[in-house]
Each structure stands twice: as C-alpha cells, then as structure tokens.
Design a protein around this ligand. Structure first.
Ligand code: ADP
Length: 230
C-alpha cells in the first residue's frame, strides 16, 4: 500500500477513535440531563447532586481529551513553550498525590523519599507528566494494590519513579508505548483515552533535557522513570 494511503487510513482510524471517545461522555451527560429534567419536580436533592457529580466526571474526561489533542498539535508544530522556574520535585510529588488520591479508589499511593530535590522546570508541565504517570498506574492496576513514587538526586540529575503492581506491559509493547496513539494490544473499553498521555509526557521530559523510560513485567507491574537535569 502506498505510504500516503496508509497515512490516510490511520487518519481515518484516528478521527473515528477521537469521535467515539468524545461522544461517549457527551451521551452520558445528555442522559443525566434528561433524567434531571424529567424528574425535576420530585427528585431528591441527594440524587440530583449525584447526577451533577457524574456529569462533572464526564466533563472532566472530555476536557482532558481536548487538552491532549491540543497539546499534541502544539508539540507537532513546535508551539509548546516551557516556562522554567526553580521547583522542589519532592514537594510537587506530595501535591500531585494529594490531588489524585481521592479519585484513586482503593489504591494506596505512597512516596518513599522525603528530601527536597530542586530542579529548574516548568511546574505545570511537570505536574501534567506526574498526573499522567500516576493516573495510569492507578488505571492499569487492580484495586487494593499500592503505587509507590520517589524522587531522588543521582549525580547531576534527579530520577523520579512511579511503580505499580498491575497488568504490566508486554515486551513488544514497551518500545512503542511512548508513540502517539499507541495503546498496546489490549481490548478497547470506553474511557480508555486516546493513547496520547505518554507521548505528551515523553516530549515534555525531552524538552527539559531529561529521559523517560519504563521497566515492566507482564502481569506483575510497571515502573516508569524520568530524569531531569539539576
Ligand atoms: P491511554 O492511557 O489514554 O491509553 P497513555 O499514552 O497514557 O494513553 O498510555 C498508552 C498505553 O500504555 C495505554 O493504553 C496502556 O496500554 C499502556 N500503559 C500506560 N501506563 C501503563 C501502566 N502503568 N501499566 C500498564 N500499561 C500501561
């Protein structure tokens, strides 16, 4: 097949996938709106709050998808710009854990380092990378398992790690896991995302002059690492 035809096909596949991923939360929101409007006269306040909360979750999901698409476009056109300042990664890790923990039902996220590690980095973008790695660790491991993070100084760099005890990644997938849209050979399920998170994270780390990689054992768990220069 000619290269351009192959690219067209991928593009079609991508549009279908993006459309589907965006439509699923929209359908859910519409459903909750209909329930609220049909029952508005006799619905209990607690139930209405539940529906509104569920709608909020779907809105957040859509916002995240749109953000990922926009970031990918910025990366591809060279328009993603960093705003670097001094930043304590140990502190930032604690903050990100605090934000994620309430939504990570049944997972215990712990940090096993406690020393300040200062780097010159873009706070929002590194927060985005940590959020991506931590929410993946939760998403791809069973309830009741631990997620362990650490940030330590090694020579002239800082090494951050996020370890989970979940499904793991097959050897043949490890090399491609940071490619855009790559999701491994697993069944699709709604809400799985577009496979852009790790691509965006890897580009952000590379732009900082760091490295990102994963060590994983299929069905045992994965540890994602990234480095940042000090
Ligand atoms: P998404 O989660 O939206 O699919 P990502 O780019 O964040 O996109 O991840 C790409 C793929 O990498 C996922 O679809 C999944 O197959 C795999 N993956 C990422 N993190 C983990 C993890 N902690 N454990 C196992 N597989 C993972």
């Amino acid at each position: 097949m000619r290269q351009s035809r192959l690219l067209d096909l991928r593009q079609d596949e991508f549009i279908a996938m993006a459309g589907h991923e965006l439509k699923t939360p929209l359908t859910a929101i519409k459903g909750f709106m209909e329930l609220l409007s049909q029952r508005k006269k006799y619905i209990k306040e607690k139930k209405a709050e539940e529906y509104l909360e569920a709608m909020g979750v779907q809105v957040d999901r859509m916002t995240q998808l749109v953000r990922d698409l926009m970031d990918t476009s910025k990366i591809r056109t060279g328009k993603l710009v960093l705003s670097k300042k001094k930043l304590d990664l140990d502190n930032l890790l604690a903050e990100v854990i605090k934000t994620i923990q309430p939504a990570a039902e049944g997972h215990l996220i712990s940090k096993n380092t406690r020393t300040p590690v200062v780097v010159e980095a873009d706070r929002d973008r590194i927060t985005q990378v940590l959020t991506n790695l931590l929410s993946n660790a939760v998403k791809y491991s069973p309830t009741g398992t631990k997620v362990i993070v650490s940030a330590r100084k090694e020579d002239d760099q800082v090494v951050v790690s996020v370890a989970d005890f979940g499904v793991g990644i097959k050897k043949e997938d490890v090399e491609r896991i940071f490619d855009p849209f790559y999701q491994g050979k697993r069944p699709m399920w709604p809400g799985r995302g577009l496979g852009l998170g790790l691509f965006i994270s890897s580009q952000i780390i590379k732009m900082h002059g760091g490295k990102i990689w994963v060590e994983s054992i299929w069905r045992k768990g994965s540890t994602f690492f990234f480095t940042l220069p000090t």
